[in-house]
Design a protein around this ligand. Structure first.
Ligand code: KIV
Length: 275
């Protein structure tokens, strides 16, 4: 049985920190599951760190479902949250519900995430009414990067801070089971966390949130285009990968790979019969 939203909500009540990571493929998901991490977000950040776009905006629902299915196949216990991509939950309620359902029915996810607060509260309510758990996402919402004028810290003025608190409360009232706070001042994130009964999961929002999420490629140091301030590199996979790839290339060129260890042999007598 996979982790449930009630187990995650109970962690907030007990003051246990909640760990979430993004994943986009089978093998990485297997490792996260093995590490006992309760939540995987198949984030639309895959647009940047896997597909090489400049933002999350070009990501389609087909892209998301393709990767969600791979992550689901690699996990047994972890709860999988599918990220609804740009414009898949804005056009109409009907389309929103159909798209949310695809993540659960086709993708095999147990929950969905979408960006926005007061402006999406009614959509959240309707999705939850269908039995689909919804995680909210406020603060720096990358799908609105052009509206926000860039990847900037959100909620630094009284007016914007109050708006963020209202967004968080609107999500809770609409039935969301958790909310991501992205790139907001740590003090504001702590205040929002105290005011909500549902868990907050921070990214660039300080230690006062109920949990933390990181984009796995940032955390492993495999994405080299830029390193966000909120990301801690626990290793530098890009160097490790580059060195291994170069070593392989050199060994193929100088004939030291493959050795007998990586080759197969046959009976020499048979070989002589062939000619
Ligand atoms: O797409 C994503 O990976 C996200 C996280 C940064 C929260 O939305």
């Amino acid at each position: 049985m996979r982790i449930t939203i009630n187990q995650i909500k109970n962690m907030k009540q007990k003051g246990e920190k909640i760990v979430m990571l993004t994943a986009y493929d089978y093998t990485t998901a297997q490792m996260i599951d093995k590490a006992g991490i309760p939540l995987i977000l198949v984030g639309d950040s895959l647009g940047m760190v896997v597909l090489g776009y400049e933002s999350t905006i070009p990501v389609t629902i087909e892209d998301m479902l393709h990767h969600t299915k791979a992550v689901v196949r690699g996990t047994k216990k972890t709860m999988i949250i599918g990220d609804m991509p740009f414009m898949t939950y804005h056009v109409s309620i009907d389309e929103t519900l159909k798209n949310a359902a695809r993540f659960i029915q086709e993708g095999g996810a147990q929950a969905i995430k979408l960006e926005g607060g007061v402006n999406v509260a009614e959509k959240v309510r309707r999705i939850v009414d269908c039995g689909i758990p919804v995680m909210g996402h406020i603060g720096l919402t990358p799908q609105s990067v052009y509206q926000l004028g860039g990847f900037k810290v959100q909620g630094k003025t009284t007016e914007t801070a109050i708006r963020l608190l209202k967004d968080a409360q609107a999500l809770e009232e609409a039935g969301a089971w958790a909310v991501v706070l992205e790139t907001v001042p740590a003090q504001l994130a702590t205040l929002i966390t105290q005011k909500l009964s549902i868990p907050t999961i921070g990214i660039g929002a300080g230690v006062g949130c109920d949990g933390q999420v990181q984009v796995i490629n940032d955390m492993l140091g495999s994405y080299t285009d830029f390193v966000p301030k909120h990301a801690k590199q626990y290793t530098k996979l890009s160097n490790i990968m580059y060195n291994a790839i170069s070593e392989y290339s050199n060994e193929v060129k100088n004939g030291s790979f493959p050795t007998d260890e990586h080759s197969f042999s046959m009976d020499e007598n048979l070989l002589s019969e062939i000619g």
